[in-house]
Design a protein around this ligand. Structure first.
Ligand SMILES: [Zn+2]
Length: 102
């Protein structure tokens, strides 16, 4: 089922690298074979071991906290994600790169 109700969905950035923005999708789950589902439950209602799918987008703009707006790649959501890069985000800053957090 595709979620067309929400045009914008706020998510928290879980990890930021020099080139990528990662976040856990609130709309899809993946099994250990990499298959995507619109629920973390089986059809019989039992909870599966599926984990929230982690989507990624390009990071053009370094390591500062900010909001990034991206069109969804998600199979189950066609709106836009507002990705919150904040103090909880794991920032994989390469050795030797100077980052100004002011
Ligand atoms: Zn998704």
């Amino acid at each position: 089922m595709i979620n067309n109700e929400e045009k914008f969905k706020a998510v928290e950035c879980s990890k930021l690298t020099k080139t990528k923005i990662y976040f856990k999708c609130p709309f899809c789950w993946s099994n250990d074979k990499g298959k995507h589902f619109s629920s973390n439950k089986f059809k019989n209602g039992k909870i599966s071991t599926r984990k929230p799918t982690i989507h990624n987008h390009g990071n053009p703009d370094g390591f500062l906290n900010r909001l990034e707006r991206r069109s969804s790649h998600c199979a189950f959501y066609k709106g836009e994600f507002i990705i919150d890069i904040n103090d909880n985000t794991i920032k994989e800053i390469p050795n030797g790169l100077v980052v100004n957090f002011d």
